[in-house]
Write a protein that binds this ligand. Structure first.
Ligand SMILES: Nc1ncnc2c1ncn2[C@@H]1O[C@H](COP(=O)(O)OP(=O)(O)OP(=O)(O)O)[C@@H](O)[C@H]1O
Length: 231
């Protein structure tokens, strides 16, 4: 079943084309990884799927709901982890997750489950301001998966994570996929892309250069992506 359809989405800022028309589809329980260097258009694309930015052309559809027809229902389907999330410093970890969970009517048990999953159980009563960068990143990741969204969108989710948590991130993404959630995220880590992506969209200067449907081993895919980076 097609869960997400990105249909000819583009973005032009004044004279600058940040993203040329881009299209792809993703099944329920699959993962699309956006790769490419700085300024490739990854964040621009994620922000349009997340309904934060309006496309110049094209549209996005989740479970047959076109954002242009029913924005409210569309938004209910999404979890979003931006790359510049302002985390309320004076809340505890638990308060922070309860706060965001309340918007989506998330049960207390789910909050506990997420705290465990992101490895912050022993920090749950500590203030956000006392967390390290990587712990904050895990907290913001936790916020995005709280409501078990149909589509999970993440902008550079592995930034600031240590190698243990990068591996855990890969494991968690693969677990979240099994639950039926469709995931789209951007990363500069080629091995993470190769380990999680069913479809890897390689972008350069606002254009999709290649769409890789993963078939080979993780190593083969990583090498393929590194070659694209060097071009
Ligand atoms: N608000 C804006 N106004 C004008 N140009 C913008 C704006 N936001 C982004 N751009 C431009 O759009 C292009 C794509 O930027 P984008 O942030 O999507 O890239 P990215 O692939 O996420 O890069 P990075 O890996 O550095 O985060 C860049 O050339 C950028 O300068």
């Amino acid at each position: 079943m097609t869960r997400l359809k990105v249909d000819g989405v583009s973005k032009v800022y004044k004279e600058k084309t940040a993203l040329h028309p881009c299209s792809f589809e993703a099944e329920a329980g699959s993962c699309v990884v956006l790769c490419g260097g700085n300024g490739a258009g990854k964040s621009t694309l994620l922000q349009m799927i997340a309904a934060i930015s309006i496309p110049t052309t094209g549209t996005t559809i989740i479970d047959d709901i076109n954002i242009k027809d029913d924005r409210e229902s569309y938004l209910k389907k999404i979890g979003f982890m931006p790359d510049d999330f302002y985390a309320q410093e004076m809340m505890t970890v638990e308060e922070f997750l309860n706060f965001y969970g309340a918007f989506r009517k998330v049960k207390k048990e789910r909050v506990n489950q997420v705290v465990e999953l992101i490895g912050l159980t022993d920090k749950r009563r500590e203030l956000v301001k006392s967390l390290s960068k990587g712990m904050r990143q895990r907290l913001i990741f936790g916020q995005s998966i709280l409501a078990e969204p149909a589509v999970l969108l993440m902008d550079e989710p592995t930034n600031g994570l240590d190698p243990y948590w990068v591996n855990r991130f890969v494991e968690i993404v693969n677990e979240v996929k099994k639950s039926g959630t469709t995931i789209v995220f951007s990363t500069h880590m080629m091995d993470v892309a190769a380990e999680t992506g069913d479809l890897i969209v390689f972008m350069k200067q606002g254009e999709v250069i290649e769409k890789i449907v993963r078939k080979g081993t993780v190593e083969e895919t990583t090498i393929q992506l590194m070659k694209l980076h060097r071009q």
